[in-house]
Design a protein around this ligand. Structure first.
Ligand code: TEU
Ligand code: CA
Length: 551
């Protein structure tokens, strides 16, 4: 089936923090191989691997210095091939990160490009006349500071949407595009099963004189002209039975149809809108209502027209139970129920399936993420005390997601026999895979049950999506309907008890329980929900009634 990914569950692995096999404190490919039986047991169908390519590690692999080489600290190409083979034996597919908006400044192309204006590689990147004092424009980068870095030797500046260490490629250059496409083909011919396209909505830039208004990043977010490049990429992808998922911030839910329809550029994209923050700087949380609005809008706008990638965690965000839940097992289950049964392909980020929580950083020296360091410095410059700056800068740092995976209860979390590259959360004592595997009421077991449910019921793949209880600020409720089969999902995403009234038509139905995190939950006209209650029920619709509803 060429659209195998519709019925698949993805699992994202951040290799550095997953499992260390040789005691150097850094997760590696052999570590992943070791854990394949675990992933098989959990029921995942594919792994998305964060970058494992050669990299000077300014941005942990997102700054690539050789697209066709494996980062030595992760292992060798032979290790990778073994991973691919062993995963395939277990029917687990492998999706690779594809970082083609930029390279490392240590990539041979950039090193050559920087040598002189006449270099044959000069035009692989974006250079403009500038002086030390005056950059070509005022645009600001994602990691902080100008999007331009002045280069003394050639007296020009080069462009980067993230950081000087990650210069942007010039997509206008056909020679550069040809080399990228060759590289893509090379990986596909190796037998991998697809790509997650990093920062792909940024490859096209607006004219340099585009003025900055409210959204500072508008000049490189899904800018017109990107379609041509995406179409070229699609031509390659279409030749293989793979899946493609783009990280496409700035692509609206309407525009996403062009990206993810039957003949869209990609199979699906990650939206970056749903983490709507609320609260005081330094202790922000997700606003459940705003999140609900975003997620459900994407469901509606893509229903029958496109396909969603579903996620609540990744390597760039804090742990979801800390910013949306209350760090309890119950809230972890509620969040899982809420998003895994939506329409689309669900992704689970390593550790999410056991409800891993944020880490309490006590020093900026524990932080690796460069954007967090930059933010911290900016706060100090603004006059905040180091204590305040630490609290604010680490509140939403992506390093929360990068503390080692908690396999066991010992102080090393069963992650490494050496000194881990990032601190281990002390709550591994009680919160770990080994323990949760043994307990039938655990978050892990709940995820496993949810995955089975999702995979064995076509209603979750094909069924339509209809929102219920639109006005409730904290209850996420929806129906999934396929032919005469209907599933009702209800989750109280609030820490307060709430009573909701269900439509009469629903009460007339006989509902059977599919999954719930509170044994007393039943479908009733007045449903009383305790904090983080979650359940899914199913019913058979009577023929006439079904017809009537469709009219
Ligand atoms: O992140 C990119 C990313 O988050 C931006 O595309 C986003 O649009 C922006 O921050 C606005 O919200 C990816 C990776 O996931 C991240 O880990 C890398 O650091 C980054 O690209 C650079 O490769
Ligand atoms: Ca290692």
């Amino acid at each position: 089936m060429s659209d195998w990914w519709k019925n698949a569950i993805g699992y994202q692995i951040y290799p550095r923090s997953f499992k260390d096999s040789n005691g150097d404190g850094i997760g590696d490919i052999k570590g992943i191989i070791e854990k394949l039986p675990y992933l098989e047991w959990l029921g995942v169908d594919f792994i998305w691997l964060n970058p494992i390519y050669a990299s000077p590690n300014f941005d942990n692999g997102y700054d690539i210095s050789d697209f066709r080489a494996v980062q030595p600290e992760f292992g060798t190409m032979a290790d990778f091939k073994e991973l691919l083979k062993k995963a395939h034996e277990k029917n687990i597919r492998i999706i690779m990160d594809l970082v083609i908006n930029h390279t490392s400044n240590q990539h041979p192309w950039f090193i050559e490009a920087a040598k002189s204006k006449e270099s044959p590689y000069r035009d692989y990147y974006l250079w403009e006349n500038a002086t030390k004092e005056k950059m070509p424009n005022e645009w600001q980068s994602f990691f902080g500071g100008s999007t331009w870095t002045y280069h003394d030797l050639t007296e020009q500046a080069y462009f980067h949407v993230f950081a000087p260490e990650l210069p942007d490629l010039n997509w206008k250059n056909p020679q550069m595009r040809a080399e990228i496409k060759e590289m893509i083909q090379w990986w596909l011919d190796l037998g991998i099963d697809g790509f997650r396209l990093d920062a792909i909505s940024h490859i096209q830039k607006a004219p340099w004189d585009f003025p900055i208004s409210t959204n500072p990043w508008a000049p490189f977010m899904n800018v017109t002209g990107i379609e041509a490049y995406m179409t070229e990429l699609k031509e390659i992808f279409d030749r293989y039975p793979i899946m493609t998922v783009g990280e496409a911030s700035g692509v609206s839910s309407r525009e996403a149809v062009d990206w993810t329809s039957e003949d869209g550029f990609l199979n699906m994209i990650f939206e970056l809108e749903h983490n709507v923050r609320k609260g005081e700087l330094g202790s922000e949380r997700i606003d459940p209502l705003e999140m609900k609005k975003v997620l459900f809008r994407w469901q509606k706008d893509l229903d029958q027209k496109g396909w969603n990638a579903l996620y609540v965690e990744n390597h760039d965000n804090p742990r979801i139970v800390s910013i949306l839940g209350d760090e309890s097992e119950k809230s972890a289950k509620a969040i899982a129920t809420m998003y895994i049964l939506l329409k689309g392909t669900p992704f689970i980020y390593q550790g999410q399936e056991i409800g891993m929580t944020n880490y309490s950083f006590t020093s900026i020296n524990q932080i690796d993420a460069k954007d967090t360091h930059h933010y911290y410095q900016t706060l100090l410059d603004q006059g905040y005390s180091s204590k305040q700056a630490l609290k604010i800068a680490t509140d939403w740092t992506r390093d929360h997601a990068r503390t080692p995976m908690q396999w066991e209860s010992d102080s090393s979390a069963g992650f490494s026999t050496g000194k881990p590259w990032m601190p281990i959360n002390p709550n591994t004592k009680g919160l770990n895979v080994a323990r949760q595997k043994e307990s039938s009421a655990s978050v892990l077991r709940y995820y496993r049950q949810l995955i089975q449910l999702r995979k064995t019921n076509s209603v979750f793949v094909e069924g339509s999506f209809d929102e219920l209880l639109v006005d409730s600020p904290q209850v996420f409720a929806y129906l999934r309907t396929e032919k005469n089969r209907q599933v009702f999902v209800i989750v109280n995403m609030g820490a307060e008890e709430v009573t909701v009234k269900l439509p009469e038509t629903m009460i007339a139905q006989v509902w059977q329980i599919l999954i719930r995190n509170n044994e007393s939950l039943m479908v009733k006209e007045q449903m009383q929900l305790e904090p983080f209650d979650a359940a899914a029920f199913e019913t058979q619709l009577i023929e006439e009634k079904y017809k009537k509803e469709k009219q």
